[in-house]
Design a protein around this ligand. Structure first.
Ligand code: SF4
Length: 270
């Protein structure tokens, strides 16, 4: 199936967006993504879409790194990108170099707008995220979501490592869905190729393929974002309990579903 269906330069910007969105709808109608393996989905992207506009976005959890391994093994030339909030663990920054060396690729690192950071810090202080959930979300917006939105403006397809067993909110995650680009009528094809993989399956794939592991896993972190806001978890704790741990005792915030930074909240249709 050709993509886009018609030459965009023969169309007005509005028409080009309509054609683009219709093409995505056709893919979702005609292709049974749910029955496809992660490798099949990743391979499909490069046969159907412009590789320059396919972005595998990762924060280097097991699932994102497993897909970096898959695209490398399959020889697929998709872009691999991450957002450096400028508050990441130093181990994460080092791990980027480890992956680049292992797989012989370059990972795009996107950063927040310095003026937006300065304005936020001037108004609310460096550690605003301790104050309340609204300020934590604002910080995540400035440092993570907005740079990620800017990244997605350069993409038609967003590949994510979301899995259904990560939380209740993520329990219905589809393998493919059209999501709105922030602030426009254009939509992106969001693919979650590992949506139906359990953590056990992912770990055994990681071991079997000898895929590099983020070093903080060995120190009890189930996941990692910014240094202060990600902590190790104790045995028996929920996978996301280590995120923004100071909110765990708040009656209104006990639900694991609140532990989202904004990248995958319902406006993105998970
Ligand atoms: S995880 Fe914490 S420091 Fe990082 S962007 Fe969100 S609130 Fe800010």
């Amino acid at each position: 199936m050709a993509y886009p269906a018609e030459k965009p330069d023969e169309l007005s910007p509005k028409e080009a967006i309509e054609v683009h969105n219709q093409t995505l709808d056709n893919y979702l109608r005609d292709i049974d993504f749910e029955s496809m393996s992660p490798e099949e989905i990743l391979t499909w992207t490069t046969t159907a879409l412009n590789a320059e506009r396919i972005v595998l976005s990762t924060s280097f959890q097991y699932s994102g790194v497993a897909m970096v391994h898959m695209v490398s093994e399959l020889g697929l030339k998709v872009r691999i990108a991450t957002v450096d909030t400028l508050r990441l663990h130093p181990e994460t920054l080092e791990f980027i170099g480890v992956l680049e060396a292992r797989y012989g690729l370059e990972i795009e690192v996107h950063t927040p707008d310095p003026e937006q950071i300065a304005s936020m810090v001037e108004r609310f202080g460096e550690y605003l995220f301790f104050d309340n959930k609204a300020k934590q979300e604002y910080c995540c917006q400035v440092r993570k979501t907005r740079p990620h939105d800017e990244l997605l403006k350069t993409a038609d397809c967003w590949i994510s490592g979301l899995r259904r067993d990560q939380s209740t909110l993520r329990g219905e995650t589809p393998k493919a869905v059209a999501v709105p680009e922030n602030g426009t009528r254009r939509r992106l094809l969001k693919l979650n190729p590992l949506a139906d993989w359990s953590l056990e399956r992912l770990l055994s794939y990681t071991e079997e393929k000898e895929i590099p592991k983020h070093p903080l896993y060995a120190r009890g972190y189930p996941g990692f974002g910014c240094k202060i806001c990600s902590t190790p978890t104790l045995p028996g704790e929920d996978q996301r309990a280590g995120r923004w741990r100071w909110f765990n005792d708040d009656d209104h915030l006990r639900e694991e579903d609140m532990k989202e930074c904004g990248l995958h909240i319902p406006m993105y249709n998970i």
